[in-house]
Design a protein around this ligand. Structure first.
Ligand SMILES: Cc1ncc(COP(=O)(O)O)c(C=O)c1O
Length: 393
């Protein structure tokens, strides 16, 4: 019998993707007839604006919109992204050279690592972060230098604590505010410091900003590109997934430094052939026609869910502070072990939560609770957790 060749060594460096592992466990439970409520994933439960869906339908009905598009992505979508940055952040972007559409921002995060990191290089990755920064570096054959995020510093990295030998081989610094999973935020002063730091140490700053429109209590999230001279060393990633409830549509963009955009395009044009054109057409409609009131009303619902979760936390052995942004409550397990807490909540209360260690060792002792589940299901989940915890304690 013939044998398959061994898989590439680079795959051996990747730990199993934790969300896929949790997902498989939940699938098995569902197959056994168990009704699991998923507070573990950040996939918006509400629909995109109606005009966006109509635009997709219209465009998909047009026989001329089914061909390959440009590797750079649809020009109208690039212009819509540039207009959004001008309107929302006062940042000027050249839609030809400083905007690159992505097939979901996750793809761009990983491909940026492929474009910039070789074996022996390193990426500075926050310890507590979305796994794609870490995995992208490993896929590229490079190393990860973890930069702790301390709750006492508002989960902002202490850049001056990074050791000189680590800085010498680092090429990329990842930051993400509003932050997944902690819900922490950064102001322009932080971005100014991060950009000055990157310029001093010849680093590329990658600001991952998919939650900039998931904001509460009147808070407005800034863009790193608002800092004067940011474009010299910075790119920013945005995503339609959370902003317009379009997670399954897979549409995002990388914006900023034109050389970086060009290098990312080199990787992408050898890997993918762009997005389905009707998705771009719908994306243009999302940016150009969605009224601010749509975003505000959607955020008010998330805000009410956040407040309801915060109200119940003390009764289920968790504590958290009120975050003005992102799609999550980041809660500390009082005197406990987060892995154990999540396992038991899943097996006994049939409620899925994400253990904090999925985001790095610094997340140990915390759980992430998503706001992206409807009010009735959320109440049911909280009631189950309450009953489970009462019996357990
Ligand atoms: C911090 C962060 N960055 C990027 C992404 C990827 O988003 P998408 O690929 O849907 O644009 C996510 C998704 O949850 C995220 O939390």
């Amino acid at each position: 019998m013939s044998q398959l060749p061994k898989r590439a060594h680079r795959l051996d460096r990747l730990p199993p993707y934790e969300f896929a592992v949790i997902g498989q466990r939940i699938q098995a439970m569902t197959a056994e007839g168990k009704d699991v409520i998923r507070l573990d994933i950040g996939s918006p439960d509400m629909p995109p604006p109606a005009a966006v869906i109509e635009a997709l339908q219209m465009s998909a009905s047009d026989p001329k919109r089914h061909s390959y598009g440009s590797y750079r992505g649809d020009p109208a979508f690039r212009r819509a992204v540039a207009n959004y940055y001008a309107r929302r952040f006062g940042v000027t972007l050249d839609p030809e050279k400083e905007v690159l559409p992505l097939i979901g921002s996750k793809e761009g995060l990983v491909n940026l690592s492929i474009a910039y990191l070789d074996r022996g290089d390193a990426a500075l990755v926050p310890d507590i972060s979305y796994p794609a920064y870490h995995m992208g570096a490993l896929l590229a054959g490079a190393d990860v230098i973890e930069v702790p995020l301390d709750p006492a510093r508002g989960y902002l990295p202490d850049l001056n604590a990074i050791k000189p030998p680590d800085l010498a081989r680092a090429k990329l610094l990842w930051i993400n505010y509003p932050n997944n999973p902690t819900g922490s935020i950064a102001d322009l002063t932080f971005y100014e410091k991060a950009i000055a730091f990157c310029k001093t140490h010849n680093l590329l700053l990658a600001s991952d900003n998919p939650y900039c429109e998931i904001v509460f209590d009147g808070y407005q999230a800034p863009s790193a590109l608002q800092v004067a001279g940011a474009k010299d060393c910075t790119v920013e990633f945005i995503s339609m997934s959370k902003t317009f409830n379009m997670a399954g549509w897979r549409l995002g963009a990388c914006v900023g430094n034109r050389d970086v955009i060009e290098n990312l395009l080199t990787v992408k044009s050898n890997i993918d052939s762009g997005h389905f054109r009707p998705i771009f057409d719908a994306g243009v409609v999302a940016f150009e026609t969605t009224p601010d009131t749509w975003l505000e009303q959607r955020n008010q619902r998330y805000q009410r869910r956040r407040d309801r979760i915060l109200e119940v936390l003390p009764e289920i052995g968790l504590e958290a502070s009120r975050s003005p942004a992102s799609l999550y409550v980041w809660a500390r397990v009082k005197g406990g072990d987060s892995q154990h807490y999540c396992q038991h909540a899943l097996n006994e209360a049939l409620v899925a939560l994400t253990p904090g260690e999925v985001y790095g060792p610094g997340g140990r002792g915390y759980v992430r609770i998503s706001l992206s589940v409807g009010e009735d299901r959320l109440e049911q989940a909280l009631a189950r957790l309450h009953e489970w915890y009462r019996v357990k304690v």
